[in-house]
Design a protein around this ligand. Structure first.
Ligand SMILES: [Zn+2]
Length: 346
C-alpha cells in the first residue's frame, strides 16, 4: 500500500515561449487504497484561476434575488417545509438551536433530511460558525439514530453540504443534506471494502497506518484537533481537497463532543482558508458506516473547493474526471499543506 507516483513528459513547441521546445512534467499519483489516479498539473493553475474567481456583484445579486421566495427563510419555512412521518419524528420538523431539519422534497435516498443552517439567508464562507456546524452534526446524529432504530439496515450515511450553485446547490439559503441508506454510496463502498480487504489479508487498519505515516512524513499532515486527524490526501480527487478521520469510530452516531469539536474546528479553519484565498464555493461530506466496523474502517470528512459564482463561470468538472474518473488538480498537496497549515495551528 505504498503511494505510487509515475512521471511522464509532454513535449510541444509552445507559442507562449516563442515556439521553443517545451517539456511539461505529467505527474500521476495512484491512491494506495483505491488505485485511482490523479494528475498533478500545476502549470494550469494560473491559466484557469481567473475563470474560477468569484464575482462579488454576482453573488450579491444572487442572494438578493433568491431571498424573496426562499423556502428556508424563517417566515416561509413552517408553511413550505415537508414533515417527517410520526414514526421518524413526532414533531415533524426537528429544531435544534439554530437548526431546522425536515425531509427533502425530492429524496436522494430512502432517508433524506434537509438541515437548514440558521435563519440568515446569506452566509459567506467565513460565517459558518463552529456552533452552527456542531448543531448540524448533532441534528444529523439524532435523525440517524431514529432512522436506524426504525430500519436497522440503514447503516450508511453522508452528511453533505453543497455551497452555492457551482457546488450543485439549488437553494441559496445555507443548508446541508443527511442521506442515509441500506446501500453504501459508491465511494463509501470502495473505502469500506478495500480497507476491510487489507484488514483481512494483512491484519492492518489502513487508516491507522495512513495517519501514522502522514504524521511521520509531515508534508501533508495538518493537525490533530480534539480527537480528529486532519490531513491532505496524497492523490486528491478535487481542488484544495482536505480530509479528516475520526480514529476508531466508524459511524456518525459514535461521535462524541470531542470528535464534533475537532470536526467543526477543522471545517471552519478550512473555510477560512478558502475564503481568504478567493475560493468561492465548496462541497463537504462527513461519511459513515455501521457502528461496529472501526477495526478496519474509520468515518471521515472530505472537503473541496469549487469554482466561484460568476455570470459566465467555468465548471471544474470536464470530460476526463466526469466520464473517465481521472482527476486533475492544479497544486500538489505538499505545496497546499504549507499554505494551509497556519490555519490549523492550535
Ligand atoms: Zn432564505
Amino acid at each position: 500500500m505504498q503511494p505510487k507516483t509515475m512521471v511522464k513528459k509532454a513535449r510541444l513547441h509552445s507559442p507562449l515561449k516563442n515556439f521553443a521546445l517545451e517539456e511539461q512534467i505529467i505527474e500521476y499519483r495512484i491512491d494506495p487504497l483505491t488505485g485511482e489516479s490523479t494528475l498533478i498539473a500545476p502549470g494550469r493553475a494560473e491559466y484557469v484561476q481567473k475563470m474560477f474567481a468569484e464575482d462579488d456583484s454576482a453573488v450579491n445579486r444572487y442572494y438578493e434575488k433568491t431571498a424573496k421566495e426562499c423556502p428556508f427563510c424563517p417566515e416561509n419555512l413552517e408553511g413550505r417545509a415537508a414533515r417527517f412521518p410520526k414514526e421518524v419524528l413526532e414533531e415533524g420538523i426537528l429544531h435544534l438551536g439554530e437548526i431546522a431539519a425536515f425531509p427533502s422534497l425530492f429524496a436522494h435516498s430512502e432517508y433524506n433530511a434537509v438541515i437548514v443552517l440558521g435563519s440568515s439567508h446569506k452566509r459567506r464562507l467565513n460565517e459558518f460558525t463552529s456552533s452552527l456546524l456542531a448543531q448540524a452534526i448533532m441534528a444529523a446524529q439524532r435523525l440517524l439514530r431514529r432512522m436506524a432504530t426504525i430500519e436497522p439496515s440503514i447503516q450508511y450515511s453522508a452528511l453533505i453540504l453543497n455551497y452555492l450553485p457551482p457546488a450543485g446547490s439549488s437553494i441559496a439559503h445555507p443548508h446541508a443534506q443527511l442521506l442515509a441508506s441500506s446501500i453504501p454510496f459508491n465511494r463509501l463502498r470502495i473505502l469500506i471494502s478495500e480497507s476491510r480487504r487489507l484488514f483481512e489479508e494483512e491484519g492492518i487498519c489502513y487508516w491507522q497506518t495512513l495517519i501514522e505515516e502522514e504524521k511521520r512524513r509531515g508534508e501533508r499532515y495538518l493537525a490533530r484537533l480534539g480527537s480528529v486527524e486532519w490531513y491532505l490526501p496524497f492523490a486528491p480527487l478535487r481542488q484544495n481537497e482536505v480530509r479528516a478521520l475520526f480514529p476508531w469510530k466508524s459511524s456518525l452516531n459514535e461521535l462524541d463532543r470531542e470528535d464534533i469539536e475537532g470536526a467543526v474546528e477543522g471545517l471552519t479553519s478550512t473555510l477560512r482558508f478558502y475564503s481568504e484565498h478567493g475560493e468561492g464555493s465548496f462541497n463537504l461530506c462527513i461519511y459513515s458506516a455501521q457502528a461496529d466496523a472501526s477495526k478496519y474502517f474509520w468515518a471521515g470528512v472530505e472537503v473541496a473547493s469549487r469554482p466561484g459564482l460568476r455570470p459566465l463561470y467555468l465548471n471544474d468538472t470536464w470530460g476526463l474526471p466526469l466520464l473517465m474518473h481521472s482527476s486533475e488538480i492544479f497544486e500538489a498537496p505538499e505545496a497546499l499543506c504549507k499554505r494551509m497549515k497556519p490555519y490549523f495551528a492550535c
